[in-house]
Design a binder for this molecule. Structure first.
Ligand SMILES: C[S@@+](CC[C@H](N)C(=O)[O-])C[C@H]1O[C@@H](n2cnc3c(N)ncnc32)[C@H](O)[C@@H]1O
Length: 228
């Protein structure tokens, strides 16, 4: 493994703003912060918003700046990626930011019932192969988990370059008769210009590492916000 990556792994172990549940904690009810993120980590009663597949955590950081009265938690399995967001939040003393290095699959062991107000899924792997369908973060398997930890009426926001994941999500939403709040297959041409100075415009202008890569390749960025 590259030296830099190893150093980042080691750093993440020392960051106070990165929770690193053990396998046993992630698969049982023994994770200390489950149901206690507000009281024991953030020490306030503000709403909790998750960024799933957060990578370097650009949305966790960007939204935390846009909404100082909300709390943001980025989740990703790759510690060397989380490092960037966790380091930035540490250096900038961002008290409304946290990260969890774990598999999103364990989410119901990391949060209590209705502990989460909103979820962002940013440029998740589309998992187009049939035998990986269960890994799609907007599939029913995951939506059922989100329903357990989310407050009633909370939104799931998917931002993606992938036609496949976007169309798949729209099918899941239609089949489940779920309420759609916003939907655009080409946000920078069709959605953002019409939003004026609405808060969503600022949120959608946050760019992640992967988004920038896909934009450079001329891909259109999609967004769908729905209530699971
Ligand atoms: C294509 S990257 C996107 C990263 C970031 N959101 C961005 O836009 O730059 C997908 C990320 O999802 C993470 N990931 C995929 N499946 C996961 C899972 N089940 N649990 C945790 N992380 C996962 C990967 O580690 C990777 O960092």
């Amino acid at each position: 493994m590259a030296k830099r990556k190893l150093k980042r792994f080691a750093d993440v172990e020392t960051f106070d703003n990165v929770a690193k549940p053990t396998m046993e904690e992630a698969m049982s009810d023994s994770f200390a912060l489950k149901g206690k993120w507000n009281s024991d980590y953030f020490k306030n009663e503000n709403p909790i918003v998750l960024e799933l597949a957060c990578g370097k955590g650009e949305y966790t950081i960007g939204l935390a700046k846009n909404y100082p009265n909300k709390n943001f938690i980025g989740i990703d399995i790759k510690g060397a990626r989380l490092w960037a967001g966790a380091k930035y939040a540490t250096e900038n003393k961002m008290s409304n930011v946290g990260f969890i290095r774990t598999r999103i699959d364990f989410i119901t062991c990391l949060f209590g019932p209705q502990e989460v107000s909103e979820i962002w899924i940013t440029f998740a792997d589309p998992q187009p192969q049939k035998n990986r369908a269960r890994k799609r973060l907007t599939g029913n398997r995951f939506l059922d988990r989100y329903r357990i930890i989310m407050k009633s009426g909370g939104k799931v926001n998917l931002k993606s370059d992938s036609d496949f994941l976007y169309e798949f999500t729209k099918e899941v939403v239609a089949e489940g008769n779920l309420k759609v709040e916003v939907d655009s297959a080409n946000i920078y041409e069709e959605l953002v210009p019409g939003l004026g100075d609405a808060p969503l415009a600022k949120d959608l202008l946050i760019r992640t590492y992967y988004e920038q890569r896909w934009l450079n390749e001329g891909k259109k960025i999609k967004f769908i916000s729905f209530v699971p």
